[in-house]
Write a protein that binds this ligand. Sequence first.
Ligand code: SF4
Length: 330
Amino acid sequence: MPQSDHRKTVFSGIQPSGLVHIGNYLGAIRNWATMLDDYDCIFCVVDLHAMTVPYEPGEMMQRIRDALLVNMAAGLDPERCTLFVQSHVPEHAELAWILGTCAPFGELARMTQFKEKSEQHRDQVNCGLFSYPVLMAADILLYKAEVVPVGEDQSQHLEFAREVCRAFNSRFGETFPEPQPYHGPVMRLLGLEGKAKMSKSLNNYIALLAEPEEISSLLQTAATDPARVRRNDPGTPQLCNIHTMHLGFSSAEDLSWCEEGCRTAGIGCLECKERLAQNMIRELTPVREKYRSYASKPDYVEDVMRRGAAVCRERAERTMEEVRRKVGIR
Ligand code: SF4
């Protein structure tokens, strides 16, 4: 697990959502895994963030462990990056409070995610949900991270973190580098019905740990280009979510086979889906096996969390000593 070094520091949060699907894998985890050697990567299971919407306390520890296990199995090798749990480093909350005093209220009130989530959980709109982006700014700035991988959902929050960073530096003196967004290859996967983004809440997903039979059967019923009503109707692969999944899981050769076959009606949709299922199963089987292997070693997982927290606490404390001095409370 590398300490701070000459490489740029990357910070990213992992939601303990209780389920990881192939959209999360293609859109985030697989990209993060490619950064491990070139960056000093810190990945944090953001349990404090997860408390801003209604949840079952008895399930939270399991969700935290599971998020860690799935992400490790999907490529976040704990020996090549730092993995830890947000609440194990209390400085996140302390810095969030201090940054909150530099955060423009009007900007926070404009955050799309706050509006959406407060709409979804009308009877539980809390201050934590409102100030979620301040805590996210603290997560990043605490480690003086220079690079933050963001999907489109998080870019508004990162922009806010950059603004808070500038506000703090200008009021108290240069302290934090302004974090830059990192955009990996964009892969926006729709759900199996081919309309909305793949998500747990819409139940339109393929779980990353799905068994091969489940993958095949879910793909069989997945939506395709509606223009292909009959087997000999040509289609437009770019309008089909199965094609997007081929982009994520298939070789260049299979991709050309899908595109050519679709345009010319040389292949049927079932054939196209079967090839995709084979490729998806080939890539995800080792992930499932690794998950099981990690799950059978709870002591190792505990150790990963402990080591991660120790490294991060030390780094966080260094930052906080500087911050406390600069804001005048030491
Ligand atoms: S052939 Fe493949 S890419 Fe074309 S519409 Fe059917 S499933 Fe989609």
